[in-house]
Design a protein around this ligand. Structure first.
Ligand SMILES: [Zn+2]
Length: 453
């Protein structure tokens, strides 16, 4: 079997995988602070080239992080193209003092590699590069065409990925996308993610007077904080149901297959509650209902409220303004633009047209149909590499998946090497070497199954 050679190659070349990953970690690339972005893009290009993948740096405009693009055509099967979407930027490493070793050290302790980006997303990226390299070095070919789209703004919200996808639509054309991350649960089962929720982030604000006043004047001067609280109290009931007219109107209901997958998904309610120190869920959801909400429940969440004096002790003040930041998670078929219109209409109807609405971020949800053949190919590969796997209809979080689906019309699936407790975005982030190896092999199997379907 042809796959034996690449698999063997991975086994005997783990040292290079590890040292290349260390090199990547040692190059800080914090998009939030524009630190090391250009340097890291060049480094990624170098590693792609070294692995036999032709690469280039793509730009849309000055000041925007470049995309590193890699491509390799298959000699024997050029009819199918698989894309790997990854990012080379990382989250800020702060707070530095909570790290046991410097955050960009790439230090190995036991069977783990530590450092910011070790798993999110440099670890994931390296498994994919090495899987392609394993084919190239042992068979002088790849089973199907491969494209790498590696962006540098993922950790700050992928502000320009849609523009890149539009501009390079032809160049990026493909038949399937392997998403940038993928979790492995505590029982070593990879979670195959078929979707991401969307997000609408807004700020509602209200200004009453030109300056803060002595609170004795509350008999005469209206308090904007009260008014804003009254307004946001009309958005959602205590069970989490959003009360804005037509908010759920376009929501695509779960299919039978979705429900079947959700019921099969493991969910450890007790440890989840313990982790957060909570006794019950919103609306007292339990079991299946809780899982359904994670996968496909829209939310209206107060992310922050600013008004008046919030320091220590007492200060009798009547604030001049109030501001609330709200994030709404969206599910498939909800259009962020339409939802903004509905929110504004709601505020008007309820008599709150004096409240300013500022939209920060709008992104639609995306899901790959579980019956898409790509899903079965990925699952087969995962089951062969990890013995078993979990199909997840949608992640509860948000990513730019909709931009890929819309521009490239290709199904997206997330699968990767990130152990769920590997402290991504936190101090002492690490990647497990055993999972890096297994995932690299799994990626080889995915390429092979995708190509031969
Ligand atoms: Zn991240």
């Amino acid at each position: 079997m042809i796959l034996l050679k690449p698999i063997k190659f991975i086994d005997s070349n783990m040292n290079t995988l590890i040292s290349d990953l260390q090199t990547l970690i040692r190059q800080p690339s914090v998009s939030a602070k524009n630190e090391g972005i250009e340097e890291c893009a060049r480094l990624v290009k170098k590693i792609l080239t070294k692995s036999g993948i032709s690469s280039e740096i793509l730009r849309i405009k000055k000041g925007v992080a470049p995309i590193v693009y890699g491509e390799i055509k298959s000699k024997k099967n050029s009819s199918k193209t698989l894309m790997f979407y990854n990012h080379y930027d990382v989250q800020p490493a702060e707070p530095f003092d909570l790290w046991d070793d410097p955050p960009f050290s790439g230090k190995i302790k036991g069977k783990k590699i530590f450092g910011r980006g070790s798993t999110d997303d440099k670890g994931e990226l390296i498994t994919r590069i090495k899987a392609v390299e394993a084919f190239l070095k042992t068979t002088k070919d790849v089973p199907c065409n491969i494209k790498f789209v590696i962006e540098g703004e993922e950790e700050t919200g992928s502000a320009h990925i849609d523009a890149y996808l539009k501009k390079y639509k032809k160049k990026f054309a493909c038949d399937g996308v392997i998403w940038e991350f993928g979790y492995v649960d505590s029982k070593n089962r990879p979670i195959i993610g078929l979707g991401m929720k969307g997000l609408l982030f807004v700020e509602l604000s209200l200004k009453e007077s030109v300056r803060d006043a002595h609170s004795s004047l509350a008999v005469l001067i209206k308090n904007p904080a009260w008014r804003l609280i009254q307004a946001i109290n009309t958005l959602r009931d205590s069970n989490g149901k959003i009360l804005i007219k037509d908010w759920y109107r376009d929501v695509k209901p779960f299919s039978k297959k979705d429900l079947e997958l959700i019921s099969k998904e493991p969910f450890d309610e007790i440890s989840f509650k313990k982790e957060f120190g909570i006794k019950s869920f919103v609306a007292n959801k339990k079991g299946f209902e809780a899982k359904k909400a994670l996968v496909g429940g829209p939310t209206c969440n107060i992310a922050g409220f600013i008004s008046g004096y919030t320091g220590e002790g007492a200060k009798t003040v009547l604030p001049k303004y109030a501001l609330v930041k709200i994030d709404f998670r969206l599910v498939p078929q909800m259009d962020p633009k339409k939802q903004v219109k509905r929110l504004k209409a709601h505020l008007r109807e309820k008599g709150f047209s004096d409240i300013q609405v500022k939209v920060f971020h709008g992104e639609a949800a995306a899901r790959t149909d579980p019956s898409n053949p790509f899903v079965a190919q990925v699952q087969e590969a995962a089951n062969e590499s990890f013995e078993s796997s979990i199909l997840n209809v949608s992640n509860a979080g948000t990513g730019p998946m909709y931009s890929f689906v819309k521009n490239l019309k290709a199904p997206c699936i997330s699968i990767g090497s990130t152990f769920i407790f590997s402290r991504i975005h936190s101090p002492n982030e690490y990647a497990r070497i055993d999972l890096l190896k297994k995932t690299t092999k799994c990626i080889c199997l995915i390429m092979d199954k995708f190509a031969s379907s």
